[in-house]
Design a protein around this ligand. Structure first.
Ligand SMILES: [Zn+2]
Length: 410
């Protein structure tokens, strides 16, 4: 079955930013440049082999040891490189996967909103279909490793989603929150940040889909979640604190829900020149998203990042970042196959093959920080002629691709 159209007329994935003006294109290029640059420094410090090969080792699609510059509409891509598909560790793959997930979630939440059914047993005014963003956080001491913290937060979530308060008590004929709130399901993501003072900080972002809850039932559930979460934290050695716990806010647009779940891991982008003056060991960097750690390392070369980064990779490896409650995805997006993170990252949009490069050229490009991204920028900004000029200036061997616009330019 065919789902909603995912590609535009130029066969560009709608989930990827698809620039329509010079300004949008410049923003896109800046982001891509940063991600490529972060991946370049990651090659030297990652503990994961797949990540070390991402955007670096060829996959044979273009030809043995070769890669190509492919033009799709106004956007240039590299074709022929391996992708690692890591939503946690790779700035390039993560961006692609998260954009796709944010789009899926937005469409699923929109579908939830238009397919609400009034329940028969409602006795008070109900809200219809609603969606709530629920953030669950915990404070802890610095000495914790990431993996056990990750487990603790995940277990805390399971604790909330079990027991009579949630599922009800059949023998007593009591309904739980699941029925009272008309819970259709949830989508949750685990987010991880690193504080130079407090260490790892895993927390949950949940979008909870409800149907016909009353304000009173909801208020009761909010109170119960807060008490259960705090009791769980206390029992498992976390420090209770005022600012951490369970926070609810109502979803106003489906897009907002998608971004809340899938697009928060890159940080707020507030890292600029102050980062270069920061000192990780002195604990003056504040709280960083993982790719901000990479960015700090890229700018400063501070080796204190390396063990922290590798623990991050170890603590998140093979863990799910985004989880849908059972059956929810099939219910809300019935006509769409679920692609794995690896599939999403490996998906190439295709386009016109402009230039094909042999292994020697790829090796030379790899040695120059930023050149991989600059080649794409040049093709986008200056077209085929400028691309040829750049490759010539760098003495890079290349062959005309089958779709090169000016075959006599070489
Ligand atoms: Zn990757």
């Amino acid at each position: 079955a065919e789902g909603p159209p995912r590609y535009d007329a130029n066969n560009v994935l709608q989930t990827q930013e698809n620039p329509r003006s010079e300004q949008e294109s410049a923003v896109r290029q800046e982001r891509r440049g940063k991600r490529f640059a972060q991946r370049e420094v990651l090659w030297s410090i990652t503990s994961l082999e797949r990540v070390r090969k991402c955007g670096r080792t060829t996959n044979g699609n273009v030809g043995d040891g070769m890669a190509a510059v492919v033009m799709n509409g106004t956007v240039a891509h590299w074709s022929g490189f391996c992708s690692c598909g890591s939503i946690w560790a790779c700035p390039v793959c993560s961006a692609k996967i998260r954009a796709t997930r944010a789009d899926e979630i937005a469409r699923a939440v929109a579908q939830h909103m238009i397919t609400s059914q009034p329940t028969e047993q409602a006795t008070a005014p109900t809200a219809g279909a609603t969606a709530w963003m629920v953030t669950l956080t915990a404070r802890h001491k610095r000495k914790h490793d990431l993996a056990p913290l990750f487990d603790a937060v995940a277990n805390g979530w399971r604790k909330l989603m079990s027991g009579p308060a949630w599922v009800g008590d059949k023998r007593r004929g009591e309904l739980g929150e699941r029925d009272l709130l008309g819970v259709r399901g949830y989508i949750r993501s685990m987010e991880v940040t690193y504080g130079t003072r407090n260490g790892w900080h895993p927390h949950l972002h949940v979008v909870l889909l409800l149907n016909n809850e009353t304000a009173e039932q909801l208020a009761y559930a909010m109170d119960r979640w807060d008490r259960t979460w705090r009791a769980f934290l206390k029992k498992h050695g976390f420090e209770p604190s005022k600012e951490h716990g369970v926070k609810w806010s109502k979803v106003t647009t489906a897009e907002e829900a998608g971004e809340y779940i899938a697009k928060v891991q890159e940080g707020k982008g507030h890292l600029g020149s102050e980062l270069a003056r920061g000192d990780m060991k002195a604990g003056r960097l504040g709280t960083l998203a993982p790719f901000e750690l990479l960015e700090y390392f890229r700018i400063t070369g501070d080796m204190a990042v390396v063990p922290v980064w590798q623990e991050y990779e170890k603590g998140t490896h093979r863990r799910r970042a985004i989880t849908w409650s059972r059956g929810l995805r099939a219910q809300l997006l019935p006509d769409e196959d679920e692609l794995s993170d690896e599939d999403v990252a490996a998906e190439e949009v295709g386009g016109e093959v402009w230039a094909v490069m042999p292994a020697d050229s790829l090796r030379a490009i790899r040695r120059v920080p930023g050149l991989q991204a600059r080649i794409l920028d040049t093709a986008e900004n200056g077209g085929f002629v400028e691309l040829v000029n750049l490759l010539t200036a760098w003495h890079l061997a290349w062959d005309l691709g089958p779709d090169a616009p000016q075959k006599n330019a070489n």
